[in-house]
Design a protein. Structure first.
Length: 188
């Protein structure tokens, strides 16, 4: 599967522009984490395109399944059967706790998914509502405020340390910088 095919699935399943933006943010985050591992010479991390596809498609059926967490990921992974590596399917299913997260790709989407939401929320409370001036330190400060972006699961984000071996400040920086690279697409 290539990015264009994945985007067609997103366009078919997702009508809400905010969910589309979330998928694009997660794609950027996953590519950023992949690039981090590649720069560290980490073996067996798969390929960059697949990591991006996981980000793009991880929540593609959230709206189509009426936000039913029991069914979430079932529709999109059905569409991937025979078209994507099993590792991609497992990473998408793993972010919703449908299968055990074994591969780094699966562990990365689990941590990055929640972080992208926190970063968007942190940008939206800024006067300019942009990612450009947002710093990792300000995201980390917001993360410590339980009332801020209350729905964001901070424990999921913190798995970047235990499951990926990336210190939280560095993980926030990787994801934030990756999202800044697609800020136009995100409207931020």
């Amino acid at each position: 599967m290539n990015r264009e095919e994945a985007l067609k699935i997103v366009d078919e399943l997702v009508k809400n522009p905010n969910i589309k933006k979330h998928c694009l943010a997660a794609e950027a985050a996953m590519i950023g984490v992949y690039d981090y591992f590649e720069s560290k010479g980490k073996a067996n991390v798969g390929n960059r395109v697949d990591w991006g596809i996981v980000g793009l498609l991880h929540d593609a059926d959230y709206e189509a399944t009426n936000k039913d967490l029991e069914r979430h990921t079932d529709l999109v992974t059905e569409k991937l059967q025979g078209r994507a590596l099993q590792e991609v399917v497992d990473a998408i299913r793993g972010h919703a706790d449908k299968v055990e997260r074994k591969a780094l790709m699966a562990k990365a989407i689990f941590a990055a998914d929640e972080l992208t939401g926190l970063i968007v929320a942190a940008a939206l409370v800024r006067p300019d509502k942009k990612l450009e001036g947002l710093t990792p330190e300000s995201v980390l400060k917001r993360m410590k405020e339980p009332a801020f972006a209350r729905a964001v699961n901070r424990d999921d984000i913190k798995t970047c340390e235990s499951e990926l071996g990336i210190p939280l400040p560095e993980f926030v920086e990787i994801v934030l910088n990756s999202m800044k690279g697609v800020s136009k697409d995100l409207g931020l």
